[in-house]
Design a binder for this molecule. Structure first.
Ligand SMILES: Cc1cc2nc3c(=O)[nH]c(=O)nc-3n(C[C@H](O)[C@H](O)[C@H](O)COP(=O)(O)OP(=O)(O)OC[C@H]3O[C@@H](n4cnc5c(N)ncnc54)[C@H](O)[C@@H]3O)c2cc1C
Length: 385
């Protein structure tokens, strides 16, 4: 029994939800997910099937060959992916949103013409290379440097925690291009770097969760990049990064909200089957209340996601709403997994069941995409504190 209420969704959104779940059940059967998690295998078949069915075009405007989905459409789509499996959701958003949106919004006309159709078709994958060993929350402290030399840039430095770089065809690299910028937010630029360029080394990292779309280290050793690959204006990346955050946070929150429901349904099904003291444990009121709390966490996460989408659809930046949604949905996601594990007792803690994967997969939410401490700093600023 699904606990997801689709009241308020348009017929198209409801059909999209059903279509995505049907497609994933065929191209990423659930019995394969756990094996792929263990072998850290990227979900290529499901990724391509989603692209072939046109779903990646939802993120892009019609003038770039996309479907121009509303933020609500995008929220429903990502919630559905997150509900089915967070790893496929992360694979899609990394390329199409976190990296691809930089091209769609700020790319040169040539880059947009060349790359956006390939991203939509699933024939080009991108990764966003921003974080560095010395620079996570404090993005403006990044040290990777691209030195102009004639009609090229020579790129040196290293990046860390770069999701899906190991399967990416291109990296959207945030790099310093001016060491002497008076303000530390100036002098940061964006370079498009094909991953097969000499001097680029990508080393997979072993992460706790979402292992099918894992992170990597990336090293740049005198990488020669055509100057035409710099986009969004030299020294202008900071402002561009900021303008992508609303959609990024909406995406992270939507994936987590969907995942909350999956975990709740899984724990509920287990509790109805598991018999102790002669009765299913779901008949103990204490277990019922834990499951009710999980449903509350799921539904409140989802409502913040939809609220944020509505504010973005109204053309407003949704700075406050997006940060709240990111905090609520990612923290509720991990709380659901924690309560769900308790509901399942030893089985929850065992590698034989899915709950341990949900627990691991949900833990990254409060860390990635701007930690929840940074989100609370943003809220404090919005409150003029
Ligand atoms: C699985 C995963 C995938 C990722 N994918 C990508 C990717 O594709 N591309 C990419 O560029 N990056 C990626 N990241 C990096 C991610 O964005 C950073 O991990 C995150 O921004 C935090 O940076 P940090 O890990 O360096 O932690 P730090 O910045 O070192 O923070 C450590 C702790 O200090 C807190 N803290 C730091 N500054 C403050 C402050 N001012 N006020 C209060 N608390 C503070 C943090 O909240 C945190 O709790 C990924 C990370 C993970 C874990």
């Amino acid at each position: 029994m699904s606990l997801i209420n689709t009241v308020g969704l348009t017929d198209d959104q409801r059909m999209m939800r059903e279509g995505v779940l049907d497609l994933l059940s065929r191209h990423l059967p659930w019995e394969n997910v756990r094996k792929m998690d263990e072998s850290r295998e990227f979900p290529h078949e499901a990724y391509q099937a989603l692209a072939d069915a046109g779903y990646i075009s939802l993120f892009y405007p019609e003038e770039l060959g996309g479907m121009g989905g509303s933020y609500r459409d995008i929220a429903v789509f990502l919630e559905t992916l997150g509900y089915y499996y967070t790893g496929i959701a992360q694979a899609i958003t990394t390329s199409a949103v976190y990296a691809g949106m930089h091209i769609a919004k700020f790319g040169t006309p040539e880059q947009k013409k060349e790359l956006v159709p390939k991203i939509i078709a699933g024939t080009a994958k991108l990764a966003l290379a921003m974080s560095e060993p010395g620079t996570g929350s404090d993005v403006a402290g990044l040290k990777t440097f691209a030195e102009r030399s004639g009609d090229e840039y020579i790129l040196n430095g290293s990046k860390v925690w770069i999701t899906c770089a190991h399967v990416a065809d291109y990296l959207v690299v945030i790099t310093r291009t001016d060491r002497d910028g008076a303000n530390r937010h100036q002098g940061i630029s964006t370079l498009l770097v094909p991953t097969n360029t000499p001097g680029v080394t990508i080393r997979p990292l072993s992460m706790l969760g979402r292992r099918t779309s894992h992170a990597n280290e990336v090293f740049f050793d005198n990488v020669r990049v055509p100057a035409a690959n710099l986009f969004g204006g030299e020294g202008k990346a900071w402002k561009n990064i900021m303008s992508c955050l609303g959609l990024e946070r909406l995406g992270l929150a939507a994936i987590s909200a969907g995942h909350c429901f999956k975990i709740t349904e899984y724990a509920r099904a287990y509790a109805k089957e598991r018999v102790q003291f002669g009765q299913p444990i779901s008949e103990f009121q204490v277990i019922q209340h834990k499951l009710a709390d999980m449903l509350i966490l799921s539904e409140t996460a989802r409502q913040m996601v939809y609220r944020t989408a509505d504010v973005l659809d109204a053309g407003l930046p949704a700075v406050t709403e997006a940060s709240i949604a990111k905090i609520v949905a990612t923290e509720n996601n991990f709380k659901c997994a924690d309560i769900g594990m308790q509901v399942m007792g030893g089985a929850g803690y065992s590698m034989e069941y899915d709950m341990q994967m949900f627990f691991r997969d949900s833990r990254v939410g409060p860390i990635g995409g701007g930690t929840n401490e940074i989100q609370r700093n943003i809220l404090a600023k919005q409150m003029d504190l």
